[in-house]
Design a protein. Structure first.
Length: 320
């Protein structure tokens, strides 16, 4: 059985036992679930008690979750918390990867344009070890790559692409780099100390995308009014973790976000065209109205040039 499917089986096992909220399940029921109600049955013909016992130990090591036995009743997980978000996403990713290996996958057409740079996810280990790394970085608007010496602080995904936030070794300045534009990555033995007060868990908490102001700016309460069709899409695929519904009826959906007013956010709002209206703050509302008015007053070619210029400005913010 492939290692990926091995991990998939263990993730399914954890999710199944947590779903019954502490109730013990007989091994036979768990076995039947894995083989007939998940994709595991496509990769292996059986699941023995011996394999289950081995999975129990590995699950402790991998996820810190203990599967306990209740005499004459079966197995259960005492923890009531659901599978951690990162583990749930891992389950989805591994399951999709294994599914695409099956014969039926010929009827599936994933997006051809795939993000690059995942080989550099080992930056995560350098971040954990607080070790400086060196690499060549290719900006979109430059002809040749340039060397960078960085202390990696955290990895962040946005729109299917991965980025590393790092502290420049000589200046202490924080910069964000796209993994798909990194080459010749080399770890060093040089340690680094993160900036005072830096917290990887909260750094992007109020950021939309991968940029956030470091000038003391506070996040704003952004109130948006969507037309129903687009609004339902945003309800199903939230713009931000802070998103909450203020009003929902047949004519409009109002949402509130607590985010920084950044270029990333403004480009996102601009992409919705007339389907969204900013109700607050006033400065953001006025900016969006001005952009729509300017685009509407220009011929199509000139409007396209303006949008391309704005996009280039956005890229420059990302490629320090």
């Amino acid at each position: 059985m492939p290692a990926r499917a091995h991990l998939l089986r263990q993730l399914h096992l954890v999710r199944r036992l947590q779903a019954v909220r502490g109730r013990a399940l007989p091994f036979a029921g768990t076995q039947r679930y894995l083989l007939h109600e998940t994709s595991i049955g496509d990769f292996e013909g059986g699941y023995t008690l011996r394999t289950f016992q081995r999975d129990k130990q590995e699950i402790i090591d991998l996820f810190g979750i203990t599967i306990r036995a209740r005499k004459n009743h079966g197995y259960y997980i005492a923890e009531t918390e659901p599978l951690l978000a990162e583990h749930a996403r891992l389950l989805e990713a591994v399951e999709l990867q294994e599914f695409l290996r099956l014969p039926v996958a010929q009827h599936v057409q994933p997006e051809a344009r795939r993000p690059l740079g995942l080989a550099h996810l080992r930056l995560l280990w350098a971040a954990q070890a607080r070790q400086v790394v060196e690499f060549q970085y290719q900006k979109h608007w430059e002809a040749t790559p340039e060397p960078r010496t960085v202390g990696p602080l955290l990895l962040n995904e946005f729109r299917g692409r991965w980025y590393v936030l790092g502290m420049m070794a000589w200046s202490g300045y924080l910069a964000c780099f796209g993994l798909d534009r990194i080459s010749e990555l080399r770890p060093t033995s040089q340690p680094f100390t993160p900036p005072a007060g830096f917290d990887a868990a909260t750094y992007y908490a109020h950021a939309f995308g991968i940029t956030r102001p470091d000038d003391g700016q506070q996040p704003s309460k952004v109130v948006l009014r969507f037309a129903p069709t687009q609004g339902h899409y945003v309800l199903g695929y939230p713009l931000h973790a802070s998103q909450r519904v203020l009003l929902q009826n047949d004519t409009e959906i109002q949402l509130a976000l607590t985010v920084f007013d950044t270029h990333d956010l403004r480009m996102e709002l601009l992409s919705y065209g007339p389907e969204v209206e900013v109700l607050a703050p006033a400065a953001l509302r006025d900016w969006l109205q001005e952009q729509h008015a300017a685009a509407g007053a220009l011929p199509a070619l000139e409007s396209s040039v303006i949008m391309n210029t704005m996009e280039l400005s956005h890229l420059r913010l990302l490629g320090s």
